[in-house]
Design a protein around this ligand. Structure first.
Ligand code: URA
Length: 193
C-alpha cells in the first residue's frame, strides 16, 4: 500500500464525520493494490466486514472472490472499496447524507490510484457515482463520465437472493477483464456516453 493510501486508511479508521461511527465495530477502508488498473466499488460493509475491518470478507465477498477468479483477476492485485466505509445498522442502505459525507474518502482513493476503469457493484454505487436509479440498462457496459471509465455489474449480495445472477457477475467480470486488456493494449472499446 502506498503512503498516501495508508494515510487515507488511517483517516477512515478514526473517522467520526457521521453517526455510523457510533454504531460500527470497525471502519472498513479500501483494501488491495495501489498500482492496480481497476477498482471495485461496493455499497457499505456488512456484519463480517464490520467485525474484521476489511471489505468483502463475508458471503458477498466469497461470491465476489469466486467471480474475480473465474474472470482471471487476482484479488490481491486489484483494489476493493465501498461507497460508505462504516456498516449501517441492520445492513440498511446508506442514506444520501452518509454517502455524501463519506465521499471524500472514495475521491481520495480514486485520485491516488487513478485506475484505468472503475467497476461499480450494484445499485447503490451506481446511484452514487453515475446518478442512475437501476443498473439494468447499463449492466455489462462501459460508461464514460467526468473523464473516468466505469463498468457496471450486479452487487455480489444480489446472488444470495437470486442465484441466477451468479453466472451474470462471472460473465460480466470476464467481459471487464477483456476490456481492460484492450485498454492496456490501446485497442478501441465500445463506450456508452
Ligand atoms: N457488501 C458491500 O457492499 N461491501 C462489503 O464490503 C461487503 C458486502
Amino acid at each position: 500500500m502506498s503512503d498516501e493510501l495508508d494515510s487515507v486508511r488511517r483517516s477512515v479508521i478514526s473517522c467520526t464525520r457521521c453517526d455510523l461511527s457510533k454504531t460500527r465495530t470497525n471502519a472498513v477502508p479500501g483494501s488491495g493494490n495501489a498500482q492496480t488498473d481497476v477498482i471495485f466499488i461496493g455499497e457499505a460493509p456488512g456484519r463480517n466486514e464490520d467485525l474484521q475491518g476489511e471489505p468483502f470478507v463475508g458471503t458477498a465477498g466469497k461470491i465476489l472472490s469466486e467471480a474475480l477468479e473465474y474472470a482471471g483477476f487476482v484479488r490481491k492485485d486489484i483494489y476493493i472499496t465501498n461507497i460508505v466505509k462504516c456498516r449501517p445498522p441492520n445492513n440498511r442502505r446508506p442514506n444520501k447524507q452518509e454517502i455524501d459525507t463519506c465521499s471524500i474518502y472514495l475521491q481520495k482513493e480514486l485520485e491516488i490510484i487513478r485506475p484505468k476503469i472503475i467497476c461499480i457493484l450494484g445499485n447503490t454505487a451506481y446511484g452514487s457515482l453515475l446518478d442512475g436509479s437501476a443498473i439494468t440498462k447499463n449492466r455489462g457496459k462501459v460508461i464514460k463520465r467526468n473523464n473516468h471509465l466505469y463498468f457496471v455489474t450486479v452487487h455480489p449480495a444480489a446472488i444470495i437472493y437470486n442465484p441466477a445472477l451468479r453466472q451474470v457477475i462471472k460473465d460480466d467480470l470476464k467481459t471487464l477483464h477483456a476490456i481492460l486488456d484492450k485498454i492496456k493494449k490501446g485497442t478501441q472499446i465500445q463506450i456508452n456516453e
